[in-house]
Unconditional design. Structure first.
Lengths: 295, 509
């Protein structure tokens, strides 16, 4: 049976410190105490925006590749993005489930579930077997997420969201909380804005987080050489997109160029992975030049 | 006394000769019998013929009349045996000779006049192919039949008129084919220049029209998918004479040509609603009738709310899209209808319809969106070459933008380019049975398509980056060839490939 008792020496130290730690932790994957050494808990909205997705990718890539384990809740949206990002950066990740350890929830993320197990990640739960999730198991799960790490990062949260509940729990546990600022017009920025107002640390770059873990500035090399082999209209497109994401029709309208030409340019830029398409709009790829604000 | 009159019978688009034998016996009880596998419509012919003759002032003979439709083992259906039967009986009464090498075809009204009858064009075509010199059809169907040159199409108004014509008391003059003026008018409901924004979607439709590619448009309600589709006929090249005849044959067979109507010169635009049955879409019935896909032959089949269509109906599209024809097999008959159309499918991006919409928030969960998109996935998507987003157009942005500085192209201008591209394709495939790039099979791609090494390398790189399937890879090549043809028929270069890649299928994120 894959379980760890609270009396075990391998029981995560930080989790033991909270008021009501789970008596037993069930897990899937390979138990390796090393994985709990440096952990960052990441929570956020299920209704992830494109902005949230890009930011999550960037932060998780930077932290996971620096050896920090990403802890999250396996829900779709920010959670899933965080797990995926960590795995893609060849880092470690822990998914804390609100249901029995043998149940995949939500079930269409089976691929991600298997990948976490396979790539030396951990699936954790305080419930055995096929216990179904219930309304009250989600906040219980959230306390584990908050308890496992010294730092909690909130990326996009509504005013009534699980992410905000987790943040509240983390406040009680006296954890360091980082909130990612978002556009004030977005409903999933209201929670993070509130946290910042109340005194949470504002996240502006990955180094903010890394220094929390005592890891120095990463000193990424800037990626400028690729801009030189672009033709004038491609450069113009890059310039437009650096201001805000745009759909192809809008680009065509502003550049006043034939559709065929703009379409071809966009494909060239996509192939060079300089831009990417999300929700019908092109934007500058961030993960290519992670760490640099503006390309 | 035995009289023989010649008529026809239809099975789908094929026509066979039927001998209508009328025997008026001098002995035996008075009766009027009809044999030779008639269906209900044919059997009721007796009542129509008797009443029509009486109402035309002719004394119906009180003798034993037997009508046989030979060959006797072919099922007969339709109401058009009225005229040959009536002419046979008249000949018996009045003793005139049936004109040689003539076909008779038409449904009688009880007052003795003839009604518009479906299939007149098919009958006339059969007459010419089998060396008949004339065909007698109802006056209202004469325009349709007169499309066929080289035979005399006699428009018949009523029983008395044809009897006097055959007796040489009066003369009916054969109809001369006239193209109806109204058909020369604008073929589309909208002009492309009326469509605001949607540059990429317009370009996609241009490519589709040029190469015969199928299109999937995904966009929120009100973004203009329907308007775009309705503007498409305006940029399609005009039907050639041969194509026009193909289309008219199907319409004639389905009875879709109005009284007095003639050759169909507009490209068909069919947009069935999503509650359509499978038989309604692909055709069916005991005597199989053409369905929407055949009525869309050489034209456009527009399926709005594509993923609201039942799965079985969508899957039925596969064979016709691949082969350009469809065989419907029933116990009594097996018929093949052509169905070479451009499929324009339109769908919402998610169940509520407002995913990625800037004006309204989407209320669907990711799971709902995935399930919704799953309905679209599968083999049918594999047969759609162009995938294009149709975003909602922000009117303010359009008004304030630079759209005014750019002269908008009219449908006529676009059509010119498309016609040129089609001509290039026809020349390329002159030794093949295909007409457009979209119809190419693997062998033809190998044989006819040349591209630079740089283009090929780029395509291979793209296949890797964008995770294209083998089929998608070939689709990109076909599309690139059409784009190259629109670009005056040069070989495929990197620009063409790059543009074609814009229309690759996009998986839901």
């Amino acid at each position: 049976m894959n379980q760890i008792d609270i009396k075990s020496t391998e029981y995560p130290y930080l989790l033991k410190q909270i008021k009501d730690p789970p008596e037993t932790l069930y897990y899937r994957g390979e138990w390796n105490p090393e994985i709990f050494k440096q952990t960052l808990s990441v929570v956020g909205s299920r209704k992830m925006t494109r902005y949230g997705e890009a930011i999550t990718k960037e932060i998780v890539t930077d932290t996971a590749s620096a050896g920090i384990t990403i802890v999250s809740g396996f829900m779709y949206g920010i959670d899933a993005q965080a797990h995926e990002g960590a795995l893609n950066a060849s880092g470690h990740t822990i998914a804390v489930m609100p249901c029995g350890i043998d149940r995949i929830h939500p079930e269409y993320q089976m691929e991600l579930y298997k990948k976490i197990e396979k790539d030396k990640g951990l699936i954790l739960s305080e419930y055995p077997g096929e216990t179904p999730p219930a309304l009250w198991t989600y906040p219980r799960r959230n306390r584990i997420i908050a308890g496992l790490s010294p730092v909690l990062l909130v990326i996009e949260a509504g005013l009534k969201s699980g992410a905000l509940i987790t943040a509240r729990i983390a406040q009680k546990y006296n954890k360091k909380i980082f909130a990612v600022p978002g556009p004030l017009t977005s409903s999933v920025s209201e929670g993070t804005s509130l946290l910042i107002k109340e005194g949470a640390s504002i996240f502006t770059k990955s180094d903010d987080l890394l220094s929390e873990f005592g890891i120095g500035i990463t000193g990424k090399t800037k990626n400028k050489k690729q801009a030189s082999n672009l033709n004038p209209s491609q450069r113009k497109i890059m310039e437009l997109l650096s201001r805000q994401p745009m759909g192809i029709d809008e680009i065509i309208r502003i550049l006043n160029k034939p559709t065929s030409k703009v379409g071809a340019d966009l494909t060239f830029l996509s192939l060079k992975k300089m831009i990417s398409l999300h929700d019908g709009k092109y934007s500058i790829s961030r993960n290519r030049s992670a760490g640099n604000r503006i390309c | 006394m035995l009289i023989k009159v010649t008529s026809v019978s239809f099975s789908g688009l094929t026509t066979i000769k039927i001998d209508v034998e009328v025997n008026i016996a001098d002995k035996g009880l008075p009766a009027f019998d009809l044999v030779g596998l008639p269906n209900k419509a044919v059997a009721e012919s007796r009542e129509r013929v008797r009443t029509a003759l009486v109402n035309s002032g002719i004394t119906f003979p009180m003798r034993r009349i037997t009508v046989n439709l030979a060959p006797g083992d072919v099922p007969k259906n339709g109401a058009f045996y009225d005229l040959p039967i009536a002419v046979g009986i008249l000949s018996g009464i009045e003793g005139f000779e049936i004109p040689v090498d003539s076909l008779f075809f038409g449904e009688l009204s009880l007052d003795g006049s003839l009604r518009h009858t479906k299939g007149a064009l098919l009958a006339a075509l059969f007459a010419r192919e089998n060396n008949f010199t004339s065909i007698f059809v109802p006056q209202q169907s004469a325009n349709e039949a007169s499309v066929v040159q080289g035979i005399n199409v006699y428009p018949v108004e009523n029983i008395n008129q044809i009897s006097m014509h055959i007796n040489s008391h009066i003369e009916i003059f054969p109809t001369v084919y006239q193209l109806q003026e109204s058909l020369k008018s604008d073929p589309a409901d909208f002009d492309m220049s009326e469509v605001m924004g949607q540059e990429q979607a317009k370009r996609a439709l241009e490519i589709a029209a040029a190469g015969g590619h199928n299109v999937l448009m995904i966009g929120s309600p009100g973004s203009g998918k329907t308007m775009l589709a309705r503007a498409l006929p305006g940029i399609m090249p005009m039907l050639t004479e041969e194509e026009s005849l193909e289309v008219t044959r199907i319409y004639s067979s389905a009875g879709n040509i109005p009284p007095g109507g003639s050759l169909i010169v507009k490209r068909p635009f069919r947009s069935p609603h999503h509650i359509i049955s499978q038989a309604g879409l692909v055709g069916g019935g005991t005597h199989p009738q053409p369905g929407e896909i055949s009525l869309a032959h050489r034209g456009i089949l527009f399926l709005d709310e594509f993923n609201e269509f039942p799965r079985s109906v969508i899957e039925a599209l596969r064979q016709p899209i691949e082969d350009g024809k469809l065989t419907i097999s029933r116990s009594l008959e097996r018929v093949t209808y052509p169905s070479r159309f451009i499929l324009i499918a339109a769908a919402n991006p998610c169940p509520c319809g407002f995913l990625n919409d800037e004006t309204k928030e989407c209320i669907c969960s990711k799971r709902e969106i995935l399930r919704y998109r799953k309905k679209l996935s599968g083999p049918i998507l594999d047969r759609i070459d162009l995938h294009v987003d149709v975003p909602v157009v922000d009117i303010k942005k359009l008004a304030g933008g630079m759209s005014d500085s750019k002269e908008k192209e009219t449908s006529l201008q676009v059509r010119k380019r498309i016609t040129a591209a089609r001509r290039i394709q026809e020349k390329r495939y002159r030794n093949e049975l295909i007409h457009t790039n979209s119809e190419m099979k693997n062998r033809q791609i190998k044989e006819y398509i040349t591209m630079s090494t740089a283009s090929r390398n780029m395509l291979i790189e793209a296949a890797d980056t964008f995770q294209l399937s083998a089929r998608s890879y070939l689709k990109v090549i076909k599309l690139a060839q059409t784009i190259a043809d629109l670009d005056h028929g040069s070989n495929i270069n990197e620009m063409h490939i790059a543009e074609a890649l814009q229309y690759r299928p996009r998986l839901p994120e």
